[in-house]
Write a protein that binds this ligand. Structure first.
Ligand code: HEC
Ligand code: HEC
Length: 462
């Protein structure tokens, strides 16, 4: 029942007449003897940290999404016609691959079962595959674990392609999509390797930084395919084939990801929209810790639980490492070349985090509670890390001598601090209940995003 203002005033007057107390004195009495409810406390905390409902990305044109859907599952855009975006960003595996470090060329199989093929040259990708949830949301302007790609249409886009980075994208997400086709170990293939039909791979002899030539060849693979003519014409009406380039392909894949991997209907979203029953009591207590004395909000800020900034929380050094620093991975430090940024990685969003194991930039932790506990005592976690939780090939590369540990700890973030006593087991469980309330139930089954068949005729399976 909605009361009008005058009804409320009348009701207040009647109350005063009946009890001799005014409405405001009654309220004061109630709050003195009845401590603030959990919801009042939590809503105040959320307001204090400026956590409000997330504005979803704008709906994308259906014809652009249809083209992007096919391209996302399309192996034709990989040099050897053997891998697609969906191989690593599997919609049935939380839009990632369930591997600690991702496996591209020279591997076969899907999800956690993907393994190196005995007879082929193989190199791990240096990092864990991130999920794609909510990357189309407007504020998401920084991509990769180390932020080496980003921007907005207003400020321009930057990427590993430097001055060759096309600028006519609508978002950082669309700009991102043209990068994975370029590295040899990811989608393009190594020199001399034939494609999966025994034909020459016309991109295999190029170098990873021959961006423009690779993009022209990838575009030709799509525009030369009869199956794609109609989809391209519908998505870009009036644009002649001769004017289609890699940025059109990027826009289409970006539109698909924005449309299908936006996940903003978790219990937490419903709570932010005003439904106080959407969260369990335990999750509310967890949220109070997250935004309170556990200080998770120092880095996992905003309604998507990320400041999109870079911090070192001293992840254990497992896996291949990256670039010249291997077996270490300098993270942000390798991009800025400032040693103070060494081992910093972009704060991950915690949306759908339950679906994203293994955790951290190198997949060091197989289980969510362990990823959380690492934050509470990184020194101890480094000293006692159990490498048996990751794939055996990577576990063998674990380094934890004193020098390495001290190096990793040298730039650790001072913001990683609990206020007051260490968290109890019960409080850790409350935090986990909150993390669980960040799962959008619709993300559990994304079978509906998979096309029945592809215009190229190539298979969806591996
Ligand atoms: C072989 C596995 C593999 C394939 C194939 C692959 N990716 Fe990725 N993707 C990764 C890894 C690993 C990263 C993180 C790399 C890093 O941060 O250094 C990543 C990062 C991303 C990101 C950035 C997410 C973020 O939050 O920063 C997006 C978006 C993305 N991929 C989309 C795509 C698209 C689109 C395709 C197809 C054109 C694709 N990926 C193909 C493994 C893969
Ligand atoms: C100093 C900043 C900071 C604080 C404070 C912080 N985190 Fe993190 N968190 C990070 C960074 C950075 C990573 C990724 C580290 C990496 O990959 O090396 C991360 C990773 C995670 C992950 C794994 C995510 C994934 O996709 O792999 C979870 C879960 C997590 N944090 C939860 C929490 C919780 C809960 C708290 C509060 C107890 C917290 N964090 C406090 C910065 C922070």
């Amino acid at each position: 029942m909605m009361l009008t203002l005058s009804q409320i005033i009348t009701a207040g007057r009647q109350l005063t007449l009946l009890t001799g107390l005014s409405l405001s004195s009654l309220n004061a009495f109630a709050s003195e003897h009845n401590p603030q409810s959990l919801d009042q406390k939590l809503r105040m905390k959320l307001a204090h940290h400026n956590i409000t409902q997330v504005i979803p990305p704008p709906p994308q044109p259906p014809a652009l999404v249809a083209l992007g859907r096919n391209l996302f599952f399309e192996k034709e855009i990989s040099g050897r016609r053997n891998i697609s975006c969906s191989t690593c960003h599997n919609p049935l595996l939380g839009s990632a691959d369930g591997q600690s470090q991702s496996r591209g060329q020279g591997a076969s199989g899907l999800g956690p079962a993907r393994r190196q093929k005995a007879d082929e040259y193989f190199q791990f990708l240096p990092r864990n595959t991130p999920s794609l949830w909510n990357r189309g949301v407007n504020q998401w302007t920084t991509m990769f674990w180390d932020g080496r790609l980003g921007g907005t249409p207003e400020t321009g886009f930057f990427s590993p392609a430097g001055a060759d980075t096309p600028q006519n994208f609508s978002s950082a997400l669309a700009a991102f999509t043209i990068i994975p086709v370029t590295p040899d170990e990811e989608m393009r293939g190594f020199p001399g390797q034939l494609d999966s039909f025994g034909q020459v791979n016309e991109m295999s002899e190029l170098a990873n930084d021959d961006f423009v030539q690779i993009w022209e060849l990838v575009t030709a693979r799509v525009t030369d395919h009869d199956g794609y003519n109609e989809l391209l014409a519908d998505a870009f009406p009036g644009v002649p084939e001769s004017e289609l380039d890699i940025s059109h392909i990027g826009e289409a894949i970006g539109a698909f990801m924005s449309e299908e991997f936006t996940a903003l209907n978790s219990p937490f979203d419903r709570y932010l929209k005003g439904n106080s029953k959407a969260l369990s009591k335990r999750a509310k207590r967890g949220a109070l810790l997250f935004y309170g004395r556990a200080n998770c909000v120092n880095c996992h800020s905003g309604a998507l639980q990320t400041d999109l900034d870079f911090h070192n929380i001293a992840a254990p050094q497992v896996g291949t490492g990256r670039g010249d620093a291997a077996p270490l991975d300098l993270g942000r430090g390798a991009i800025t070349e400032n040693p103070a940024d060494n081992f910093k990685f972009r704060t991950p969003s915690l949306r759908n985090i339950e679906l994203e194991a293994p955790y951290f930039h190198n997949g060091a932790f197989a289980k969510l509670p362990d990823a959380l506990r690492h934050h509470l005592d990184p020194q101890n976690s480094l000293a006692n890390y159990d490498a048996s939780q990751i794939e055996p090939e990577l576990a063998g590369m674990f380094v934890n001598d004193d020098d390495t540990i001290n190096t990793l700890l040298s730039t650790i973030s001072p913001e990683l601090a609990i206020s007051g006593a260490p968290l109890s087991k019960r409080e850790i469980n409350q935090l986990l209940a909150f993390l669980s309330a960040l799962t959008d139930p619709e993300s559990l089954n994304k079978l509906n995003v998979v096309p029945d068949k592809l215009p190229s005729g190539l298979t969806l399976a591996d």
